[in-house]
Design a protein around this ligand. Sequence first.
Ligand code: ARG
Length: 266
Amino acid sequence: MNRDLLMSDAVHFRISYEINPYMDRSCQPDTEAAVAEHEAIAAAHRAAGRTVRAMESAPECPDMVYTANGAFVCDGRAVLGDPPAARLEEIRYFRSWLKENEFEVFDAPYAFSGQGDALACGRFLLAGYGQRTDERMHGFLAELFGHETVLLRTAGEEWYDLDLAVAVIDERTLAYHPEALEAGSRSRLRELGLELIEVDAADARAFALNLVSDGTTVTMTQGAPRLAATLRERGLTVVELDTTELRKGGGGVRCTALTLDNPAPR
Ligand code: ARG
């Protein structure tokens, strides 16, 4: 998993609106630094043996660097995101790219944050809702792809996408910040029989969980030393990167890569 990724670029990345609590129009990214940061993330994926496919960002889409919200892709099929109005313009670019690259493309019938709220883990789909994604969206995805849906409601807009609260390390292991999930969802996660790594508030707020793991190498932010150490103790190779500029938009490593190779659930 996570060996084939779609990334965009940070050339047009800026804070033009505020749709999550981290965005502040008076705190703009430095474009040159943002581009360098983003390129370093792409280089780290390549160094880990992953394929990075590129989709050019559009000038009218300042959040396009966060490709994770463009769609959820699995087994050659893609369901497009249906994001807040401020980001709606992005979707036609994802539609075109995915079609040109021979994915079968579906529209989302409800509000949907794409992979931001849809994390595949073996036979499970970790299904975020309550902020950017309508709960009914997950019935649609289950019917299309056949995963066992694990509905997880995040606890407030600080965790506006599930990929800030939960991370898939491999098919048997998740990392998560318990307080980022509502009580019922926390219990649901604990009964799956997966191994769970708990991440504290400080690391979670530094976007520790917004990581990309292929089961061997974990690519993550450098602001979360405790999770990095825990993963190393488990024998994983951990690559920590500066995400200062991307954080200004409310995102990190996971948000900038749309996974193209999620397998059909087994
Ligand atoms: N500024 C973007 C937004 O609010 C950040 C998206 C980050 N993506 C993610 N998958 N968490 O939509």
